[in-house]
Design a protein around this ligand. Structure first.
Ligand code: B1M
Length: 210
């Protein structure tokens, strides 16, 4: 039986190969994507975050752990995609300008895809203008912005303004999320919906397209 504490430890040590093997073993044994994510991968990343905060580890170690996390979550993607689901709408997603944290955004994108949304992932460090251009090109229903830094979350305000300036405010909904983002921040900047986690973000995206 795949041991989720061992998975957490491999992730903390940035051992991507072992993370992949253990995630695959857990999948083969029939463990749910949620159990693997929460019990192993996110548990490990939580400990990394705590150690980073206390200056017990530094950026290189965090980066290596993040790579191992992405290697593990990629394997979970097929489990999160429901077979035969018709496209419910289009979402343009990215991490805001100045922000390189993409793990949470990747999870949100995967889960949205899993719920039948067409997801156009712009990556990280995405400017307000780029969000708007992509939304126009893709005729998107939703722009979804992620931010992990208190210094970059304010970029979301620029996205709301750029959407307004482009005359898209009535046709495009704006979703925001990421660790420092809150419901009241969402209201203050005039975005449409804040969600705290990837699964709720995916459900909300579908709801907004109905
Ligand atoms: Co950074 N980092 N980091 N980091 N990093 C944090 C965010 C920090 C809290 C660490 C700490 O001090 N404890 C801190 C921010 C402090 C603050 O602003 N208050 C911090 C800092 C300071 C920095 C640097 C400035 C460090 C430096 O250089 N001195 C630097 C900034 C670089 C930049 O972006 N310009 C930096 C760099 C990095 C790495 C590159 C090394 C790496 C990122 C690698 C990568 O993403 N590819 C990294 C990492 C990994 C972290 C921590 C440890 C983990 C983040 C993570 O991936 N969590 C983080 C500490 C922590 O969060 N505890 C930290 C797992 C992920 C699944 O969770 O992203 O929260 P999260 O996503 C969740 C929800 O938030 C939500 O759903 C997800 C799961 O359900 N969600 C959404 C996310 N987006 C959403 C969008 C939605 C809805 C929900 O709708 C659209």
């Amino acid at each position: 039986m795949a041991d989720m504490m061992q998975l957490s430890e491999f992730l903390q040590k940035g051992r991507a190969k072992e993370v992949k093997e253990l995630v695959q073993q857990a999948i083969d044994e029939g463990m749910s994507a949620k159990a693997i994510l929460e019990g192993g991968l996110m548990h490990g990343m939580g400990i990394i975050g705590e150690k980073f905060k206390k200056n017990e580890i530094f950026v290189p170690e965090v980066l290596i752990a993040a790579r191992a996390m992405n290697a593990g979550t990629e394997l979970l993607k097929p489990l999160l995609i429901e077979d035969g689901v018709e496209t419910k709408g289009t979402v343009v997603i990215g991490t805001v300008k100045g922000d390189l944290h993409d793990i949470g955004k990747n999870l949100v994108a995967m889960m949205m895809e899993g719920k039948g949304m067409k997801v156009v992932d712009l990556g990280s460090d995405v400017s307000a203008e780029k969000f708007v251009e992509a939304a126009q090109e893709q005729k998107a229903n939703i722009i979804a912005c992620s931010a992990l830094l208190t210094t970059t979350m304010n970029q979301m305000k620029n996205v709301v303004k750029a959407v307004e300036d482009a005359g898209l405010r009535d046709s495009v909904k704006i979703m925001v999320g990421g660790a420092p983002v809150t419901e009241s921040f969402c209201e203050n900047i005039g975005a449409d919906r804040y969600t705290a986690d990837a699964a709720t973000a995916a459900e909300t995206a579908v709801e907004l397209c109905q």
